[in-house]
Ligand binder design. Structure first.
Ligand code: SF4
Length: 462
């Protein structure tokens, strides 16, 4: 990244505090449960009136996993029963048909993603049924669109990979986390380099356009030496993108995380060293640091979008499809349509009941105010451009950055004194140290943090 050689223990302590990851602003704890399915439907209808027709990004949540990884922060249901996923695909098909009936066919799907859970636990037959549902309801651009899926290399067979490729999937994201057997045992995820390499090579052979690998740092027993080996092995595979997530230990939100002993987690100083190692190893291997734990090859669309300042961030991480409305389907799925966020119910039973009654399974949501939209735009620029253009950042909203955010600019002076940013009359730029603590810088623009207690809601920023 990073070019940061060292950090004083005091500074580390000062900035290593709870804070959001900003896949949305305002963050989910601020959303309201009196936001209804009708409110969401109105947002879709408003968006349908845009000209030219706004493209769509679709997200489908497939919650089933065969076993529980103790670090998991996702919404999962542990089950090996394929009949359950068959039932789920049937009910998901009804939600797909319902939402498809709400949007005109000229709204083309330019991005489609299956996440989870473990979407690769679906059988080839279930995959076919699922894609039939989607193709009947939406107009998917399989030629130019990004059609992606998260796979678990422990269970992805050749037959499975061939089936999704033939159905039009062109991008793969695979979970690895860490190859160190001691770490794998502590997090209940045994996945050898050999099995991962075999799946990776099969994906290359099948011609998937882009392959992403997910790693996690901050897991129990991780060391700089051990994680260095994992990074070397992953670099050898040469994925197009890498997401190296910071493990968020939040047992008050995810109860199973108590299975990870706090005393086995790396200390903040080791985590900082791990971050530095990741930055050095990956940029040394030719990857470009995109921001918030993401790296990509220099010719990747994410890298080019960052250069052109057209990169955006949503619930799936970084994206180049800022203009698309995101419609999420499946239990817990989140949507972002125009100035509205909406989330589906969290319980599978509720989801099944509401969808089978012909209702949208909306559980909560939020309509952004103008102030929210301005703040969201600045947080997005921090996360995506690693700078704020003081002259033009608020031009699209008819406001001046220095006037609107006068008190925030004042607050940022302390960050400049600590070496996290550089402030000139034209631009506020994150320094290498500021990139490590970009969440803290973004938090200055989050007006809800003053109202929402920081305590147990968010993970630590380091
Ligand atoms: S496979 Fe993925 S979603 Fe499932 S438990 Fe493990 S980390 Fe969570």
């Amino acid at each position: 990244m990073f070019g940061v050689q060292d950090i004083s223990p005091d500074l580390l302590k000062k900035y290593d505090r709870p804070g959001p990851r900003y896949t949305s602003y305002p963050t989910a704890p601020v959303w309201k449960t009196d936001f209804t399915a009708e409110n969401y439907r109105d947002a879709i209808e408003r968006a349908n009136r845009s000209t030219p027709a706004k493209p769509l990004s679709l997200y489908f949540h497939i919650p089933f996993c065969e076993e529980l990884c103790y670090f998991c922060g996702c919404s999962t249901i542990i089950s090996r029963d394929k009949a359950k996923s068959a039932d789920y695909i049937e009910i998901l098909g009804q939600e797909i048909a319902f939402l498809g009936s709400l949007v005109p066919r000229e709204r083309r799907v330019v991005q489609l993603h299956l996440g989870g859970g473990t979407p690769s636990n679906l059988t080839p037959v279930q995959n076919r049924i699922f894609f039939n549902h989607v193709n009947r309801a939406f107009s998917v651009d399989y030629q130019k669109g990004e059609i992606s899926i998260e796979i678990d290399p422990r269970h992805a067979t050749d037959e499975y990979l061939e089936s999704i490729r033939s159905l039009g999937v062109n991008r793969i994201s695979m979970g690895v986390q860490d190859f160190d057997p001691v770490v794998q045992k502590a997090v209940n995820r045994i996945q050898t380099y050999g099995m991962t390499r075999k799946v990776f090579e099969k994906c290359r052979e099948l011609g998937f356009h882009s392959i992403n690998i997910d790693l996690i740092y901050g897991l129990p027993f991780q060391t700089v030496e051990g994680f260095g080996k994992t990074l070397d092995q992953v670099v050898e595979l040469s994925p197009d993108r890498l997401a190296v997530f910071n493990y968020a230990h939040v047992p008050w939100l995810k109860k199973h995380m108590v299975l990870i002993r706090e005393g086995d987690l790396p200390k903040p100083e080791t985590k900082f060293d791990l971050m530095m190692l990741i930055g050095e190893r990956l940029t040394g291997a030719g990857y470009v640091y995109i921001g918030m734990d993401h790296f990509a090859k220099p010719q990747d669309e994410l890298t080019l979008a960052q250069k052109n300042k057209t990169l955006y961030r949503n619930f799936q991480g970084y994206t180049t499809k800022a203009q698309a409305d995101l419609i999420g389907m499946g239990v817990t799925a989140i949507s972002m349509v125009g100035d509205v966020y909406a989330q589906n119910v969290k319980s599978l039973a509720d989801y099944q009941t509401r969808v089978s009654e012909g209702r949208l399974p909306t559980h909560r949501g939020y309509r952004l105010s103008k102030d929210d939209i301005l703040r969201r735009s600045i947080i997005t620029r921090i996360m995506c451009d690693l700078e704020i253009d003081r002259r033009h950042a608020l031009d699209p909203y008819g406001e001046e950055f220095d006037r609107y955010f006068a008190s925030e600019v004042k607050e940022l002076e302390a960050f400049a004194s600590d070496g996290l940013i550089e402030i000139t009359p034209d631009v506020i730029t994150l320094t290498p140290l500021g990139r490590v603590f970009m969440r803290n810088i973004a938090m200055v623009f989050d007006q809800y943090l003053k109202a929402v207690p920081r305590g147990p809601l968010f993970s630590r920023t380091l």
